[in-house]
Design a binder for this molecule. Structure first.
Ligand code: FMN
Length: 183
């Protein structure tokens, strides 16, 4: 079974976007689609970027761990909270600190917002950055909206049947690409 890393970027104490990361993890596991490694940036608590890992003389153990887990993953799903029509600084911090790890890595993008405005600018921006870093960004995205009401704290979707139907196209295309590129 393929090994998928999910990045949950919000580091806010009262964060809600993490619920969507937990939901996607559950979806992949319950449907026996993949094994999941959840990379929670709040747990990693990285310092503000000052150099890429490949140029660091004495990198921290947690940065090496993060890099190894991205390397080991057959694909990565990024579930980004929507911040000012963009994505959290914590996520840019974690993307920029790596470089070779992203090369030809299959990446799927999801956005999470409490509002009803979808995260299209968020995923466009991430797609642009990750493509520059030679990642293979799946064309089908998942836009989670109204997340405080639609997802419980443990990642359970309130309207599971509908939400499962909405996430399926993103997951199916992503897994198709993962299988193609990790044969
Ligand atoms: C700094 C900041 C900027 C935000 N900007 C937007 C925005 O542009 N559009 C939007 O729909 N929601 C916006 N939100 C609300 C987020 O969608 C909301 O906080 C959501 O829960 C995801 O972020 P979280 O995972 O940190 O909770 C913003 C939240 C923060 C903290």
């Amino acid at each position: 079974m393929k090994q998928i890393a999910i990045i949950s970027p919000s580091v806010r104490n009262e964060r809600v976007g993490h619920r969507v990361a937990l939901y996607i993890k559950k979806y992949l596991e319950e449907n026996s689609i993949a094994k999941v490694d959840l990379l929670d940036l709040k747990e990693f608590d990285f310092p503000l970027f000052n150099e890429r890992l490949m140029f660091q003389k004495d990198p921290s153990a947690k940065l090496i761990d993060f890099s190894e887990r991205i390397k080991k993953a057959d694909g990565v799903i990024i579930v980004s909270s929507v911040y000012n029509y963009s994505f959290p600084a914590s996520l840019k911090n974690a993307i920029d600190v790596l470089y070779p790890e992203w090369t030809r890595k299959v990446v799927a993008l999801a956005s999470a917002t409490m509002g009803i405005v979808e995260g299209l600018p968020t995923t466009f921006q991430l797609e642009n950055i990750l493509s520059q870093m030679k990642a293979i960004v799946s064309p089908i995205k998942f836009f989670a909206i109204n997340i405080a009401n639609e997802y419980k704290e443990d990642g359970t979707a309130v309207n599971k049947e509908t939400t499962d139907k909405q996430v399926k196209p993103m997951v199916d295309e992503f897994m198709f690409l993962v299988n193609k590129f990790t044969e």
